[in-house]
Design a binder for this molecule. Structure first.
Ligand code: GLU
Length: 462
């Protein structure tokens, strides 16, 4: 069985890069009827893991990703980690190192003078003497001193690390007894039976250390997939300035979770030329072997385009629900279907759609000054008054085309052009000169309200 995991360090929110690796891990497990586990790496006790877990759960709930089983918190597992440190000590695979701060500084200084890589020189590896007093030891693992550590990465192919270039007997437990990062990651991945580790390639250099620990404890080494970073347009690491990093900010900006996941799955992975993927299609087609080898560039235009595609095709009821997040309720609005159909093609985000919907559903509170200057002049108000009379004389119009027929007749009889009427009507209806087809708008607003809104403009003091 394929078991994957997402193992965020708590930062208080879920980062979109994190969501992407979570998505990949999720897809790979679901595709294989496996399991997808969630582990919060909160060994740094100063950070609030409850808040972080909540942020992750909220983002998962919003995007519809689900993890299996209970969340695992590293902060509750110190006893487990300590027992493995003890085991390694007992088996002679790890040892206590009593090097003092001063000794360490001297070692660093001499290595830097010799222009060699700073590394621990193994001075306590075979130490059998009397430990110096006043120094609480750290625990170091016996790492290989020469040769290579190699593995086949599912994205990068064969990876070789020359031990001499990057490894030493690294610390697995600090002098206060707390275990170190690579140690706990390895213990947990092994105890959680993780078969496939999919994570950012900023962790690539941790992998040889983790392999040393797997081997020392006789654990099975999982498959690794190191996913290239998301970069900005300038090829630099993505930062807040390039766009939102917090997944929930995308919700606040009016992105649909389907669009964000679609954006993220394509950001670093492809399946032919296909751009649009439902979650089921992602599960069907995803294979980590098709993850790109090079970094991907964040492209906001693409995200907006995808969002617009989803807004175009989402069921009306779902859009009505999404609008509620922006305090726009149209569930009681009689022409909500027409309203959504007329507007959905014009909006790139739900936030934009909400503004457009609100403009039509609520009568204008004020009128756009520039539009009034430009269009409410000459005979505009007289024409509006006359059009109102024509509407009254005609009686109820109940479709866009009925409004159109009536307006065309009115224009002809009065020797007017559509432009003489359309913009003042738009201003009366939505407060500005921007709206979809004026007759569609009239129909959506409804006969009685159209008359009321014309009246309101006619009574406005300019
Ligand atoms: N906790 C690490 C992070 O948030 C991930 C560790 C891993 O996936 O192995 O970057």
């Amino acid at each position: 069985m394929i078991i994957t995991r997402f193992a965020p360090s708590p930062t208080g929110y879920l980062h979109i890069g994190g969501l992407r690796t979570a998505l990949y891990s999720y897809l790979w497990s679901r595709k294989n009827d496996g399991k997808f586990l969630l582990r919060i790496e909160d060994t740094d006790l100063k950070r609030n893991s409850k808040e972080a877990a909540e942020a992750i759960e909220n983002a998962f709930a919003w995007t519809n990703l689900s993890h299996d089983g209970e969340i695992i918190y590293q902060s509750t597992r110190f006893d487990i980690y300590k027992s493995y440190v003890k085991q390694l000590l007992e088996e002679g695979k790890a040892y206590k190192c009593y090097m003092s701060r001063q000794e360490l500084d001297e070692l660093r200084a001499s290595q830097s003078a010799d222009k060699i890589r700073p590394h621990y020189d193994g001075r306590y590896r075979d130490f059998t003497g009397e430990p110096p007093s006043g120094v609480e030891p750290v625990i170091r693992i016996k790492a290989p001193m020469e040769g290579e550590i190699s593995f086949v990465d599912g994205v990068k192919g064969e990876v070789h690390f020359n031990v001499k270039d990057m490894l030493d007997d690294f610390i697995i437990a600090r002098s206060d007894g707390t275990p170190t990062y690579n140690f706990v990651v390895t213990i947990d991945d092994a105890l959680m039976n993780i078969t496939d580790v999919i994570r950012g390639d900023d962790h690539l250099s941790n992998t040889p250390k983790q392999i040393v620990i797997y081997k020392a404890l006789g654990f099975k080494i999982p498959k690794f997939y190191h996913v290239p970073m998301i970069l900005n347009n300038q090829g630099k690491k993505l930062s807040k300035r390039d766009g939102a990093l917090d997944v929930m900010e995308y919700k606040n900006e009016g992105y649909l979770p389907e669009a964000l996941l679609n954006f993220l799955v394509r950001l670093g992975w492809s399946h032919g030329d296909q751009e649009l993927f439902s979650l089921d299609e992602m599960i069907e087609f995803f294979d980590p072997k098709n993850i790109n080898k090079s970094a991907s560039a964040y492209n906001e235009e693409k995200l907006l385009w995808l969002n617009a595609q989803y807004i175009k095709k989402l069921p009306v009821d779902r859009l009505v629900k999404e609008l509620e997040f922006f305090d726009v309720s149209v569930s009681d609005f009689s022409r909500k279907e027409e309203l959504i159909e007329v507007l959905r093609d014009r909006a790139k985000t739900i936030k934009e759609l909400a503004i457009m919907v609100k403009n039509i559903v609520d009568e204008p509170i004020n009128y756009d000054e520039k539009a009034c200057k430009k269009f409410i002049k000459g005979d505009a108000l007289e024409n509006l008054e006359a059009f109102k009379q024509a509407l009254r004389a005609n009686g109820e119009c109940s479709s866009a085309s009925e409004f159109e027929v009536l307006a065309k007749k009115f224009l002809e009889v009065n020797g007017l052009k559509l432009k003489d009427l359309a913009q003042p009507i738009r201003i009366a209806m939505v407060g500005s000169a921007v709206s979809p087809s004026v007759f569609e708008v009239l129909n959506i607003i409804g006969y009685q309200n159209v008359i009321a809104r014309i009246d309101k403009l006619l009574n406005h003091k300019f």
